[in-house]
Design a protein around this ligand. Structure first.
Ligand code: ASP
Length: 336
């Protein structure tokens, strides 16, 4: 009898307890910059919002189904790399020479396992090349033609460099070359995903074409662990977007997690401090998406907007582009 009653209570409360004990959460960005409402048409705005909404829902559903964080990060980034809306994969920006050089990285919070590629020109989905470096090489970061060759040897799909080209990005390069001011969209569209999976593991990934008109084999923050991507289970997972030269020197992603870990501050407070008080004060433009082990999400930027979407550990969803689109920017979103 006692045993039956215990079973009854177990069946009644287990689902709620399980949901509470292992929240899942996801946040993604599609780049930050000086983007204003006037600069995009209502149709474009809708296209971005719909894409972001579908992507965050898909990632969340996969996490709820028990799929690992490392897989969900790659699946969602692959979707974004294949979309011309973003500066990653197809639709990547042009460098000064009219070609594309792509950077990507991934990091797992459980083990600090990391993989990255920089300046690849042939891999269709650079995030998969980064993952392959992590899984199948003794290294963390491979670059240039060597990284392309490694990806080919791993059986990843290669494409001609022109595959990544779109008319919009070609126009942006023309404007950039004409100077003196870089065009509005010169540094927009890097993509990144951070997740907390059902096993309590954090993961982060970032993929980009870099900045329009980049020269001399320039590498940004996106493939650099600690600068553009970071994940560590006891603190947080971060993916960054913005002016890479600042994000590298300020070690933005790992600095946010270090503040969470050692100063014991909330994720939102740590991200806000680094993006506004440290980076912003120095003139560095951009933003981050971040998640912590309780499922709290922070999406912070010091630019006019950042394409972003999230579902935190409590199931609260945000899908937004501009700075005034949501009111949670300064407040802690409690998911745990
Ligand atoms: N952070 C990227 C870079 O500097 C660009 C971006 O996020 O838009 O390469």
């Amino acid at each position: 009898m006692v045993c039956q009653r215990a079973l009854f209570f177990l069946v009644l409360f287990l689902p709620a307890w399980a949901a509470q004990a292992s929240p899942v959460a996801i946040a993604l960005h599609g780049g930050a910059g000086t983007l204003t409402r006037e600069a995009i048409t209502p149709d474009q705005e809708q296209a971005y919002l719909q894409f972001l909404d579908a992507a965050v829902e898909m990632g969340h559903t996969r996490l709820e189904a028990g799929v690992s964080g490392s897989q969900v990060v790659r699946e969602i980034i692959r979707l974004m790399e294949d979309s011309p809306l973003f500066n990653a994969g197809y639709g990547a920006v042009f460098n000064w020479d009219g070609r594309h050089e792509l950077d990507a990285s991934i990091m797992l919070g459980e083990s600090r396992a990391s993989g990255a590629v920089a300046g690849v020109a042939r891999v269709k989905n650079p995030i998969e090349a980064a993952y392959a470096v992590m899984q199948h090489s003794p290294h963390v970061l491979l670059s240039g033609s060597g990284a392309d060759a490694f990806a080919a040897a791993q059986g990843l799909e290669l494409v001609e460099n022109q595959y990544f080209s779109t008319p919009e990005r070609a126009r942006a390069l023309e404007q950039y070359r004409a100077g003196p001011q870089p065009p509005e969209n010169a540094k927009l569209g890097t993509v990144g995903v951070v997740v907390l999976d059902g096993k309590g593991n954090l993961a982060a990934g970032t993929s980009t074409g870099g900045m329009t008109g980049k020269r001399w084999g320039r590498i940004g923050d996106s493939p650099l662990i600690g600068a553009g991507t970071y994940a560590e289970n006891s603190s947080c997972a971060v993916s960054a977007t913005g002016h890479g030269e600042f994000f590298i020197r300020w070690q933005v992603a790992s600095d946010i997690c270090a503040r969470v870990k050692y100063q014991k501050v909330y994720l939102q407070a740590a991200a806000t401090h680094v993006i506004h008080a440290e980076l912003g004060a120095a003139g560095g433009e951009g933003g981050v998406v971040a998640v912590d082990p309780r499922g709290n999400v922070a999406m912070v930027f010091n630019t006019a907007g950042m394409y972003r979407a999230s579902i935190n550990g409590s199931g609260e969803k945000i899908v937004a582009i501009f700075g005034d689109d949501d009111t949670k920017l300064e407040g802690e979103t409690d998911g745990g």
